[in-house]
Design a protein around this ligand. Structure first.
Ligand code: NCD
Ligand code: ZN
Length: 344
């Protein structure tokens, strides 16, 4: 196959940040995606529907293509009461609540420490049918970084799912065999997003033959067998797995540092990368559902009217993106991919 026309996809896990960066990165995303679930982990996290509305307006102001729609989320916090959860459920712009164990990733210090203390809020979310999006990693410092996802699933997520069987859950950016298995084995309320990096790379691509700070993200890249399990899940045709890039821009100096930030910027080439992976697996026929249908179904949104074309053609990724005096280094910077996206 040398050409593929599909419904314009949705990115169900995206970091747009704020200020100057937002303007630059939203441009890359809107070429590839019609809508995106926007993560709430700003420096001042988006904790209320009111703040989400303000952030929504800020994003809208910076959008060139008016067809692009940001789908907002709230940062899980213990101030969420019945009124606020009902507001989320009634809102046309807020689509879920993202839970971060505290300190587990970028801008998550206000996250949750004791999951059991959240049960009243989960109960309300279940009642009002508000999706729970989870950064499923343990923040226990004694847990090995490569086991943090598995441990969170064993200690916390299984219990949440058991206690609240009708709560709709998205396990964000799955990175391990165990996470893929958990989603497959759980009831029909448990779903997962999958990033390009967790389909393409394992920890050798991060740590072998020199450390690659631009391949550092959380959850951290794991073993080859984990990658293989995630590829299998993504290309299986199961509606439980859908696209979420987790594209997360950080400035070059913040990544190439003695204490580098976690996050990979993939917005520039996301669909080209997913297409190469699905092609390798002989599963290009499953790409449209994974990218443009299952996520929309989960969030109870209609499919997009627009289409994109993916053509088998060399596509050179720029070496850097200039943001004022700063630079963002995109995934596969200065390298050539074998698919190219165009809008039709
Ligand atoms: C994300 C970020 O930078 O906001 N980083 C990352 O490594 N994925 C946060 C997140 O999704 O964990
Ligand atoms: Zn993320």
């Amino acid at each position: 196959m040398t050409e593929l026309i599909i419904i314009k996809p949705d990115d169900m896990h995206l970091h747009l940040r704020e200020g100057d960066v937002l303007k630059h990165v939203v441009k890359d995303t809107q070429k590839q995606f019609a809508r995106a679930i926007v993560m709430p982990n700003l420096k001042n996290p988006i904790k209320t529907v009111h703040l989400a509305e303000i952030y929504y307006q800020e994003i809208k102001k910076n959008i060139e293509d008016l067809n692009f729609e940001p789908l907002m989320t709230l940062f899980f916090n213990d101030e969420l009461n019945s009124d606020e959860i009902k507001k989320v459920s009634d809102s046309n712009i807020v689509h879920g609540i993202k839970l971060y164990p505290s300190g587990v990733t970028t801008n998550s210090k206000d996250g949750v420490d004791v999951i059991e203390n959240c049960f009243k809020i989960f109960e309300l979310m279940q009642k009002y049918d508000v999706p729970l999006l989870v950064h499923a990693e343990s923040n226990d410092k004694n847990v090995d970084i490569f086991d943090r996802e598995k441990v969170f699933i064993d200690r916390n997520l299984s219990q949440i799912h058991q206690e609240f069987p009708n709560l709709r859950i998205v396990v964000e950016h799955i990175s391990s065999k165990e996470a893929a298995e958990f989603v497959i084995d759980s009831g029909d309320k448990v779903f997962a997003t999958i990033t390009p990096q967790h389909l393409l790379f394992d920890r050798n691509d991060l740590l072998s033959h020199g450390i690659k700070p631009h391949h550092y993200c959380l959850p951290i890249l794991k073993r080859s067998e984990d990658r293989v399990a995630i590829v299998k899940a993504a290309t299986s045709g199961s509606p439980k797995f859908f696209l979420g890039t987790d594209s997360a821009p950080h400035f070059r100096h913040e990544k190439e540092s003695s204490c580098g930030c976690a996050g990979i910027y993939s917005a520039l080439s996301a669909m080209e990368l997913y297409a190469s992976i699905f092609e390798t697996e002989n599963a290009l026929d499953k790409l449209e559902n994974f990218s443009s249908k299952y996520g929309a179904d989960f969030y109870e949104l209609p499919p997009n009217n627009l289409k994109i074309k993916l053509t088998k053609k060399d596509f050179r990724i720029p070496a850097r993106i200039q943001v004022g005096n700063e630079e963002i280094i995109p995934l596969f910077a200065d390298e050539t991919l074998s698919w190219q996206l165009s809008e039709i």
